[in-house]
Design a protein around this ligand. Structure first.
Ligand code: DQA
Length: 148
């Protein structure tokens, strides 16, 4: 079972961004916590990737679209306007969970809309690291059921 954890723009700056919204964990710490839990949940592989270049994220999604069992993605600000990432995610056969550290629905108006939600199986926002772990458990269960 292969999982990918993808992050978009500015998420490499976690630990330095506003802790009220994003907590204090660095991206490395967040990825380590997800990797540990992914192994416990039965994923053999947890590929972690972050970029500040939209085209690179699109290309990474293309590369992974046929070889994954599950994906967690937090595209950062691209969530709110990138139809290119929307269209790339449409190609992913595996279930995709959209995760946001902050509660985007309780912030500025422009953050309230996600252009990728309709191509994701589930969206979790406002739970910090716990949101990623919840996404992972949900995907592990769903992937195991699909393989039964
Ligand atoms: C974010 C929310 C986005 O609005 C913002 O641009 C981010 C991070 C989150 O995880 O809460 O960079 O996706």
């Amino acid at each position: 079972m292969r999982l990918a954890l993808l992050h978009g723009c500015n998420l490499n700056m976690l630990g330095r961004r506003d802790p009220e919204h994003y907590g204090t964990l660095t991206l490395e710490e967040l990825e380590s916590a997800v990797r540990v839990r992914a192994a416990e949940a039965g994923f053999s592989d947890c590929l972690c990737f972050q970029t500040n270049h939209e085209g690179e994220l699109v290309e990474k999604i293309h590369e992974l679209c046929g070889i994954l069992d599950a994906m967690i993605i937090n595209p950062g600000a691209w969530t709110h306007y990138s139809y290119a990432i929307h269209d790339a995610l449409e190609l992913v056969a595996a279930p995709v969970v959209e995760v946001h550290l902050s509660d985007t629905h309780r912030r500025e108006e422009w953050r309230r809309h996600s252009v990728i939600s309709d191509v994701c199986s589930l969206t979790i926002a406002g739970k910090g690291l716990d949101g990623y772990l919840e996404a992972l458990e949900w995907l592990a269960e769903r992937t195991a059921n699909a393989q039964r």
